[in-house]
Write a protein that binds this ligand. Structure first.
Ligand SMILES: CC1=C(CCC(=O)O)c2cc3nc(cc4[nH]c(cc5[nH]c(cc1n2)c(C)c5CCC(=O)O)c(CCC(=O)O)c4C)C(CCC(=O)O)=C3C
Ligand SMILES: [Fe+2]
Length: 344
């Protein structure tokens, strides 16, 4: 509990014009051993959308909705927007917050899950931004993981229902961003035995399918990068479509449960590549929308804020412990979601 002066919306960032794309990709992949061929390929994905990722615009409109929801609920907190990889950079935003007199702020990270890329890396962003601002840096308290929050699950479940509305019989397929097997094994506190990211994704999928009233579903992965010699979570969505077609499945609804907004990895890997592949295989295809445009998403953010400013109960639908809520970028527990050693 305590007093907060602001809410910092902390996201991934994306390019907003063609010249931004390469420097953005260099920021994302610095020191991560992503092969140059993969970078060229990903640059092509961004350039085929005019060099503009939808992610910043989607964040800006979700922030507006959140500001409206805060106001409706009588919570007086200005919302600031900062990113890890592209402007507005979180370092610059935090400096502006300090200039504005912010002493203590809550942080909403735009990822629902645990794991290095989904949780701990946002802690590193918080630490880096505070170090850049120096002594006058506000204290930053990160909001918890929300993959099992009823508003997150409910928004996805409705999105599955509307995507399925025009299909007859279909298979429900959930996707999340693949990560190296070693990163998944290192996710969560060591006492939990690893795999927190993939188990949380499986749990969110189970909850969404249950709420949408769908009996069977699959969980697969998308957007793999890194050198082929390094094993990542599988199967990939495209390979899985082959398997489903082989079984005579007439149509799929793909639900990107691993993401909060319809950003480039969703519009390229799913709406472009997977949709084309399904067409080649003669399968029907529909994609469920991510929740950031749903009014429940703004209410979700405000509910997470209310856990801190109004002692609101932490609503969650799974038995996973609430995690991710730490101060000034500390890990959730010693060695929780430890980064893997960098190659290159
Ligand atoms: C778990 C996870 C999430 C979900 C959690 C969260 O949402 O935070 C996520 C989100 C996102 N990933 C994004 C973009 C990219 N991710 C990359 C690379 C990587 N992602 C990884 C994991 C994740 N990524 C990993 C293990 C890598 C390998 C390099 C490394 O170890 O870091 C690359 C480099 C090129 C490539 O190799 O594909 C790009 C361009 C965008 C923005 C899209 C837009 O611009 O609209 C978003 C929201
Ligand atoms: Fe990524």
């Amino acid at each position: 509990m305590g007093e907060f002066d602001a809410l910092l919306w902390l996201s991934f960032g994306g390019p907003e014009k063609p010249e931004d794309v390469r420097p953005f990709l260099e920021n994302v992949t610095r020191g991560r051993g992503v092969p140059p061929e993969r970078l060229d390929e990903v640059e092509h994905h961004y350039q085929s959308f005019g060099g503009v990722s939808p992610i910043n615009a989607l964040n800006r409109s979700a922030i507006q909705a959140t500001e409206a929801s805060l106001e409706r609920q009588g919570i007086d907190l200005p919302v600031y927007f900062g990113n890890r990889n592209w402007h507005p950079m979180v370092e610059d935003t935090l400096a502006r917050m300090a200039d504005d007199g912010v002493r203590r702020a809550l942080v909403f990270p735009t990822s629902a899950y645990g794991g290095y890329s989904a949780c701990r890396q946002y802690d590193e962003d918080i630490e880096r931004a505070r170090a850049a601002v120096g002594e006058r840096a506000p204290e930053l308290v990160k909001l918890r993981q929300f993959f099992d929050h009823p508003l997150f699950v409910g928004a996805f479940a409705d999105a599955v229902r509307s995507a399925a509305a025009d299909l007859g019989e279909y298979r429900l397929v959930f996707t999340a961003h693949s990560v190296p097997l070693a990163a998944d094994a290192a996710s969560g506190p060591p006492s939990e035995g690893g795999g927190r990211y993939s188990r949380q994704v499986a749990e969110a999928a189970r909850l969404v399918a249950g709420e949408a009233g769908v009996a069977d579903h699959d969980v697969v992965w998308q957007s793999r990068s890194g050198p082929p010699s390094v094993p990542w979570l599988e199967p990939d969505i495209l390979d899985h479509l082959d398997v489903l077609a082989g079984k005579g499945v007439p149509a799929v609804v793909v639900c990107p449960v691993g993401f909060v907004s319809d950003h480039l990895e969703v519009v390229w890997d799913l709406d472009t590549e997977a949709r084309e592949k399904a067409a080649e295989l003669g399968m029907g295809f529909a994609r469920a929308a991510c929740p950031s445009g749903d009014v429940r998403f703004a209410d979700l953010v405000v509910e997470l804020v209310r856990e801190h400013v109004a002692d609101a109960p932490a609503r969650k639908l799974s038995d996973f412990p609430a995690a991710g809520c730490t101060v000034n970028g500390a890990p959730c527990a010693p060695l929780c979601c430890e980064p893997q050693r960098r190659r290159g």
